[in-house]
Design a protein around this ligand. Sequence first.
Ligand SMILES: NC(=O)c1ccc[n+]([C@@H]2O[C@H](COP(=O)([O-])OP(=O)(O)OC[C@H]3O[C@@H](n4cnc5c(N)ncnc54)[C@H](O)[C@@H]3O)[C@@H](O)[C@H]2O)c1
Ligand SMILES: [Fe+2]
Length: 404
Amino acid sequence: MLINEKFFYKEEEKVNTIGVFKNPTQILYGLGVTDQIRKIIDEQNYKNILIITDAGIVKTGLINQITRQLDNINYSIYDQTQPNPTVKNCNDALDLLREVDADAVITMGGGSSIDVAKAVCLLATNSGSIKEYEGIDTCVNELLPLIAIPTTAGTASEVTTFTVITDEVRQYKLTVGGVKIAPKWALVDPLVTLSLPKHITASTGLDALVHAIESYTSKMANPITKALAREAIRKISNNLRQAVYNGDNITARDNMLMGSLLAGLAFNNTRLGNCHALSHPMSAIYGVAHGVANSILIPHVMEFNTLAVPELFSDIAEDMGENLEGLTLMERAAAAVDAVKKLSKDIGIPTTFSEYKVDESQIDRMAKDAMLSGNIAANPRITTYEDVIELYRRSIGGVLVEVI
Ligand SMILES: NC(=O)c1ccc[n+]([C@@H]2O[C@H](COP(=O)([O-])OP(=O)(O)OC[C@H]3O[C@@H](n4cnc5c(N)ncnc54)[C@H](O)[C@@H]3O)[C@@H](O)[C@H]2O)c1
Ligand SMILES: [Fe+2]
């Protein structure tokens, strides 16, 4: 009996476990796919539309690609979304949704606009404030239908089952998750990313790379998510420099957007890791752009994690094109950290938070908030409050403490 039990245990260990792979969103991908909006509206017979975006997208003229398709459709535009969008953004957009009596929402923009749109679609059919829905599967009713058009190759919020909103009173980024949260359609069109300025291409692109790295090394990773994450790492590390320094290069833009999308499909099923857990308090308190916060933290988090899963970081180094010949396992893992540092340097990402004047006295509060994140549990190395404090110290350019 004992022998049999052991045998079964060993067999189970050999099996690839997937559990559930979720992707609730219908994805249309390709150059010019934004023009498919009208087809969806007509098929679904939507009459009143709220468009959620930000002032930057309106300024580029990108929003006309939607409005020119809306002849005979009643619509309003909410364009006040801020980076690291707030509870107020959600409430204001919801007021407009009720004024226009919208039966569907279209969002065009980066993760900030898409996240506000997800929250508004939730609040349109569920009562109260978005603050009451922190957690997973917290709302009862189905959401208003959402069509998402991402304009950054970064967050992949167009396919994820999360929305991240800043509670400006608590200075805290809250996450609302569950399959209902995902947009119904994602129109993923590389052409709308051509206007991204250099610095936003750099930080949002590195955010996408962080998604792929954190998903690949997540404790929740499975063979499907790992394959998606590795392809995302290859695409992003081979194309980010070109997208930053030659923004008109449509092949680079295409590969970046596809890389971001693949990373999103992966992390949607695995959560992320310490980098995202630590970046959210930094953004909530100091207003650091999401991509910038992750870009600064990632080398420190990778160094911390290489000790736990060097074989996974060795794979990442290989995918990033490092020459690993003759190196030991730990040297190969370290090469992944170097590859990310080189990429960050080449695209002009700051290496510390020093310019944000982070107050040492806030570190305890930020570490406590970071420990509340579900991403800490998915991180491949067990992480304590003390570890988080030390990772923050390293990244703010303050006292350098060895994290071993
Ligand atoms: N829901 C999720 O799964 C998820 C995942 C990761 C991050 N996020 C959240 O997404 C937010 C960050 O989103 P982001 O990094 O995409 O940036 P963003 O949406 O805040 O946009 C940043 C800036 O880029 C400009 N911009 C965007 N696209 C442009 C284009 N094509 N041309 C010119 N300007 C353009 C915008 O006007 C804005 O000023 C954060 O709040 C973060 O927490 C959400
Ligand atoms: Fe991110």
